[in-house]
Design a protein. Structure first.
Length: 329
């Protein structure tokens, strides 16, 4: 069972209203509800949105929903929040719609208490709010995070930074988060993990922009979503067939390359394309596209084949070769 609580608050009774948090919440819901093949991922995520006085997300609403999220032993309990954040010397807060001073919001320490004591196997907390990097920080020791087993935190900014919006009103962080969940952070088997999401966001933000924060205490990363893999599973599993060893050099010749000039076709010294070899070569070209294979002493695979060169596994290719060899893929 995968549970998700998604909160977006634009309307505040006393604080400045926001513009894009509700849209961000629905964008996250759309991204995680199903995998790319249409299968259910997080079934029926709970969505709380604050859009008006008649639909105000109060602190009581927010705390009750977070408590319910972390109440059982689900495989994943994911909490996403977009709205105002506040910090003072006693810690950080998520501002509910009825917050008036900031420190009357839901304390991050309370969120962490519920997550740290939850029986859920994986607790993922994603916060797009100002000062959200304070989540998980020890109240006693500066620079120390207190996370129980299975807890992961991903935040839009550090404890001392604001979280910014795009000119269209969407959160900069959430826009990158949704991009990552939609496949930009997928590995070669299509899994999108909290670590790969953070890497995508971190690499997309410049050194002078808000800095995302990633904290985790997990033994293995859980997949947040399955995307369309950039290479077929069959081709990936064939790595060990085409390369008997990770340092193997696969010798090529012109019979691997089906495309050639009219002069080359007329040259009797150049072997004609061989159907078995050209089929293999098409797979090798797929490997090159995802940085698993590279030509040796040639600028492109076409040159490697026509010049009788070879190709080899990259470092990434050797990593996936080992995973296939061990039966992990």
């Amino acid at each position: 069972m995968r549970k998700a609580l998604i909160v977006g608050i634009d309307h505040y009774e006393s604080l400045t209203n926001l513009a894009g948090c509700v849209n961000d919440a629905f964008a996250v819901k759309a991204a995680i509800e199903r995998n790319s093949d249409g299968t259910l991922n997080f079934a029926s995520p709970q969505v709380l949105t604050g859009v008006s006085s008649a639909q105000c997300v109060t602190k009581r609403d927010l705390k009750d929903a977070v408590r319910q999220l972390f109440a059982d032993d689900s495989e994943i309990a994911l909490f996403y929040f977009a709205g105002h954040g506040y910090i003072e010397d006693t810690g950080g807060f998520l501002c509910a719609g009825d917050s008036s001073t900031g420190d009357d919001g839901l304390a991050l320490s309370e969120v962490m208490q519920l997550a740290n004591t939850s029986r859920a196997r994986n607790k993922v907390i994603i916060l797009d709010s100002c000062h959200s990097g304070a989540a998980g920080n020890s109240t006693m020791t500066a620079g120390l995070a207190e996370l129980s087993d299975g807890v992961t935190i991903l935040t839009a900014s550090t404890a001392n930074q604001n979280s910014y919006e795009t000119p269209g009103g969407a959160g900069v962080f959430t826009s990158l988060l949704v991009d990552a969940l939609n496949g930009a952070a997928a590995n070669l088997v299509g899994d999108i993990t909290p670590g790969s999401v953070y890497a995508h966001i971190d690499q997309s933000l410049g050194p002078w922009a808000q800095r995302p924060v990633f904290k985790t205490n997990v033994k293995t990363f859980v997949s947040l979503r399955k995307a369309e893999p950039p290479i077929s599973l069959g081709d990936l599993q064939a790595l060990t067939r085409h390369f008997p060893a990770p340092d193997y050099n696969l010798q090529l010749d012109p019979s691997f390359e089906p495309e050639r000039s009219s002069e080359q076709e007329a040259d009797p010294s150049i072997p004609a394309p061989d159907p078995v070899n050209t089929t293999t070569f098409a797979v090798l070209q797929n490997y090159v596209k995802v940085n698993l294979v590279r030509p040796v002493d040639a600028p492109h695979m076409w040159h490697a084949a026509m010049q009788g060169k070879s190709c080899e596994l990259t470092v990434l290719g050797q990593h996936y070769w080992a995973l296939v060899d061990k039966g992990l893929i």
